[in-house]
Design a protein around this ligand. Structure first.
Ligand SMILES: Cc1cc2nc3c(=O)[nH]c(=O)nc-3n(C[C@H](O)[C@H](O)[C@H](O)COP(=O)(O)OP(=O)(O)OC[C@H]3O[C@@H](n4cnc5c(N)ncnc54)[C@H](O)[C@@H]3O)c2cc1C
Length: 462
C-alpha cells in the first residue's frame, strides 16, 4: 500500500487553492482539494466578482444622468434589485462550475467537504474519512470580522449577506472606512439608497495617500453620501423592520439595514493547526509562513488570505502558483510582494501603485510631488460636479517614479498599465519621454512637467 493517498491535499477551493491544485496536478502530483462551501472561494462567490458586477450595474445611474448633457433623453428609467441579484447569481453559478471543471480537467480530485488537520500528514473530511497526504496546503482564506461584540450585533450584516439581500434597503448604515465599506456605500447610493458611512478614524481609506483619502471623501460627499468619522456604532436596536444604530458620539441613525465592513480575519479556527504543530503569526493572527509560504511544519504550506499578508486575489493566485512550482515543479520561486497595485471600486474609482507621499518622504530624502486635479472632459458636457486626481511621487536623487495614484473614471485600468512602468523602476524622464495619448485623462501622467511640491530632508548635522 502506498505511504500516502495523495501527494498534495489542498484545504480550500478559493483563488489560491485552485491555482495551486491545478499547477501541482500539471506537474504530475496526485492532488485532492476540499471545499466546504462553493468552489471559487471568496473572490468568485462573495468578493471581487459579484462586487464588480454590482459596481458596473450601479454606474448606470450616473451614465443616464450624464447622458442628458449629450442630448439623450432617458425616459422613466427604473431599477429592479431582484433582477440584478438573479442575474448575478446565474453568472456566479456559471463561474463556480467552471472552477470545478478546470480543477478536475487538470487531474485533481474535488471533494465537497470541510477538511481539518489530524496531524502533519493526515487530513480528516467531514464524514470522518482520513486522507494521508505528503504535503498539505492551507488555503482557507478569511472571513468578515465584526470586531468587539456590541448589543444588537446579531442584526448587523456583512458583505456576505449584502450580496443576497431580498430587497434594496432605502436607507443603510455602513460601518467601516476601508475599500469594502466604501465600495458598498457607492453601490447602494447609486442604486438609490440613502447611505451613511461611520468610521472610527479621522478619515476614510487608512493607509492610502492623504490626497487620495481627501479627494475620495469629497467626491462621495458631493454625491450625497454622509460620512461620519471619529465615531463608532455602539449598539443596534431593531423595531419591526427598522434598525437604530446608536453612535459613540451620542447620536443615533435609523435605517433599513446595518452593515459592518471593518476588517477580515484569517480562517484558522478549528482547523486542527495545533494537532499538526502549525504556528500562528502573532503579529497578524494568520498562519505563520516563510518566503516560500512554508509553515512551521516542514510539509505544510499556507497561501492567500489565511496568511494575512496581502489579502488580494492576484496575490493568493501567485502564491499558490509559486508553491506548486517550488514543491512539485522543481522551479523554486518566491513571490515578490513589493509594488502591488490595488484599486478601490468606489465611485470615483481609485487606482494606486507604489509608495504614498508619506511613505516616500519617510524613505527618501528628496521627493518631488507632481499633482493635478482637473475636470474630466465628460463632465464638461454632462455638467457633473466632479474632478479627477493624478499624483506621481518621484525620488529627486534617482528620478525614479516611486508611486502613482489616480482617482476618477477607469483609475484601476490606468494604474494596472502604469504599474508595469513603476515595477520596472521607470524614471520621471521615461514618463516625460512618452508621447501623450490624446484626448485621455491618463495623458496627464506624462504631461505633468513641474513639481507641485518638493520635499528635501536636510542631512543630519555631523
Ligand atoms: C467583498 C469583497 C471584495 C473583494 N474585492 C477584491 C478585489 O476587488 N480585488 C482583489 O484582488 N481582492 C478582492 N477581495 C479579496 C479576495 O477575495 C481574497 O483576497 C481572495 O479571495 C483570497 O483567496 P484565498 O484563496 O486566499 O481564499 P478564499 O478565496 O477565501 O478561499 C478560501 C476557501 O476555503 C474554503 N474553506 C475554508 N475553510 C475550509 C475548510 N476547513 N475545509 C474546506 N474548505 C474550507 C472557503 O469556503 C473558501 O472557499 C475581496 C474580498 C471581499 C470580501
Amino acid at each position: 500500500m502506498a505511504e500516502f493517498d495523495v501527494d498534495l491535499f489542498v484545504i480550500g477551493g478559493g483563488s489560491g487553492g485552485v491555482r495551486a491544485a491545478r499547477i501541482a496536478a500539471n506537474h504530475g502530483a496526485r492532488v485532492m482539494v476540499a471545499e466546504e462551501y462553493r468552489m471559487g472561494g471568496t473572490c468568485v462567490i462573495r468578493g471581487c466578482v459579484p462586487k464588480k458586477l454590482f459596481v458596473l450595474g450601479s454606474h448606470f445611474r450616473q451614465e443616464m444622468e450624464d447622458a442628458a448633457g449629450f442630448g439623450w433623453t432617458v425616459p422613466g428609467a427604473t431599477f429592479d434589485w431582484p433582477t440584478l441579484i438573479a442575474n448575478k447569481d446565474k453568472e456566479i453559478a456559471r463561474l463556480e462550475a467552471a472552477y470545478t471543471t478546470n480543477v478536475e480537467k487538470s487531474g485533481a480530485e474535488v471533494v465537497e467537504s470541510r477538511a481539518v488537520l489530524e496531524g502533519a500528514n493526515t487530513v480528516r473530511l467531514a464524514n470522518g474519512q482520513k486522507v494521508k497526504a505528503r504535503y498539505v496546503l492551507i488555503a482557507t482564506g478569511g472571513a468578515p470580522n465584526h470586531g468587539p461584540v456590541i448589543p444588537g450585533i446579531e442584526h448587523v450584516i456583512s458583505s456576505n449577506e449584502a450580496f443576497h439581500l431580498p430587497e434594496l434597503p432605502k436607507r443603510i448604515v455602513i460601518q467601516g472606512g476601508g475599500y469594502i465599506a466604501l465600495e458598498f456605500a457607492c453601490i447602494f447610493a447609486n442604486f438609490g439608497s440613502d447611505v451613511t458611512v461611520i468610521y472610527r478614524g479621522d478619515n476614510i481609506l487608512r493607509g492610502f495617500d492623504e490626497d487620495v483619502r481627501t479627494h475620495v471623501r469629497g467626491e462621495m460627499e458631493k454625491q450625497g453620501i454622509t460620512i461620519l468619522t471619529g465615531c463608532t456604532v455602539t449598539k443596534v436596536d431593531k423595531h419591526g423592520k427598522e434598525f437604530t444604530s446608536h453612535l459613540s458620539n451620542g447620536s443615533s441613525i435609523a435605517s433599513d439595514q446595518v452593515m459592518f465592513a471593518i476588517g477580515r480575519h484569517p480562517n484558522v479556527a478549528n482547523l486542527g493547526l495545533e494537532k499538526a504543530g502549525v504556528a500562528i503569526n502573532p503579529k497578524n493572527g494568520g498562519v505563520a509562513v516563510d518566503g516560500w509560504s512554508k509553515s512551521s511544519v516542514e510539509n505544510i504550506y499556507a497561501i492567500g488570505d489565511v496568511t494575512h499578508r496581502f489579502n488580494l486575489t492576484p496575490v493568493a493566485i501567485r502564491e499558490g502558483h509559486a508553491f506548486a512550482d517550488t514543491v512539485f515543479g522543481k522551479r523554486p520561486v518566491q513571490v515578490d510582494h513589493s509594488t502591488i497595485p490595488t484599486a478601490v471600486f468606489s465611485q470615483p474609482e481609485v487606482g494606486t501603485v507604489g509608495l504614498t507621499e508619506a511613505q516616500a518622504r519617510a524613505q527618501f530624502s528628496h521627493v518631488d510631488v507632481y499633482k493635478a486635479t482637473f475636470r474630466p472632459i465628460k463632465a464638461t458636457m454632462s455638467g457633473r460636479d466632479t474632478r479627477m486626481l493624478m499624483k506621481l511621487l518621484v525620488d529627486g536623487a534617482s528620478d525614479r517614479v516611486l508611486g502613482c495614484h489616480v482617482v476618477g473614471d477607469t483609475a484601476a485600468e490606468i494604474v494596472q498599465a502604469v504599474a508595469i512602468a513603476v515595477k520596472m523602476k521607470a524614471t520621471k524622464a521615461d514618463f516625460d519621454a512618452t508621447v501623450a495619448l490624446h484626448p485621455t485623462a491618463a495623458e496627464e501622467l506624462v504631461t505633468m512637467r513641474t513639481p507641485t511640491a518638493r520635499h528635501i530632508r536636510e542631512a543630519a548635522a555631523e
